[in-house]
Design a protein around this ligand. Sequence first.
Ligand code: GLC
Length: 435
Amino acid sequence: MKQEIRERTKWFMDARFGMFIHWGLYAIPACGEWVMSEKEMSAEEYRTYFEQFDPYDYDPKKWVSLAKEAGMKYIVLTAKHHDGFCLFDSKLTEYKSTNTKAGKDLVREFTDACREAGLKVGLYYSVIDWHHPDFPKYGDRQHPMRNKEEYKGEKIDFDRYLAYMHGQVKELVTGYGKLDLLWFDFSYDDMAGEKWKATELVEMVRSYQPDVIIDNRLEGAGDNHGSITTEHPLPYSGDFASPEQIIPPKGVCDDKGEPIPWELCATMNNHWGYCNFDHEYKTSKMLIRKLVECVSKGGNMILNVGPDARGNIPEESVKILKEIGIWMAKNNESIYGCGISELPKPEWGRYTQKGDTIYAHVYEEPLGALPLYGIRPERLKNVIYLADGSEMNRGEAWNTVLYPDVAFVSFGENPVFTYPLPDEKDTVLKIQMKE
Ligand code: GLC
């Protein structure tokens, strides 16, 4: 991995946990952000949502404080999604929030709120655009007009679209202060890399925002890392890989086997944009464990919320994020700045590690004492129950003498007895070794 990527992504790799916000006109039909494509709606048909859009509860300070409470360190908002609608005051289009009943630049209020709360700020920008007249339509993989014969052979000027797209990205990187992250989405078929004039785009971005972290989707997507994992990454291969809705079984490594930065993007239910009939929410317990899994494999997790048409994050999401926050408040030390452990995965849970300190994330209660796999008893200095700082009892007893190579701890007074785990979501033990 290039030294400059390592330096640039330092804060990101330490942060480990972020919030993704998918929000736009699609909150009104309330069935996810792909509705325009799925229902093959024309730009005119979809415009009804532009006319209705009136998010009178919009208060990004509330979103930001919820993210903070959940223990998230950065937030990424969809400045423009595939439908082409802009949440910012672009001079290059009238299709923007300032021209709706919202009447303001929603991105600006968002970036201000993040900075005020001390969170890193990111913007998502879709290079795909189903509203712009010069974006390819007939026969495209997902354009709403892909099946409409009348667009067959239509003359478009794709360079005009590129000028528009580059111009909007320039507006974002020059008009909203220091951006910490840019999340481009996404490339497919031949719509990738230089088709977007990606080298030029990235050079322009870096000329204004030298430290901004960029994802890998000017070249790739959820199904393709692009050249970021190869020995010769292209100039637009990005700073991190972006697996979507799946945790890479072994993390993400380059061709030489060296781990590279990556971020799992995941939804809390099964949609990114607000969906009023999707109540398949993951539990806080599951999401905490998925976050731990990402960290234990050297990655981040950016967890999505889809605010509704009034601008409120769904109640279910709020509840889950608050629960995660309760766990994070006591256990974030085992997440921030942590990564892959030198020890193999223990069968009762996972290890994360920061420097010489190992964090045991215990999911399955032991019968009797808990074996700290990979740790010899004489190497152990102490084991702390992280949530309250208390020292754990050693678990070695008459029945562990058969296993002299592994240290044991007990969750109670008597190492031969069985005790419930103090935190059924994830009981974290902080393990320190002797020098
Ligand atoms: C996908 C989808 C998109 C979503 C993104 C988030 O590529 O097209 O709707 O914004 O993933 O990762």
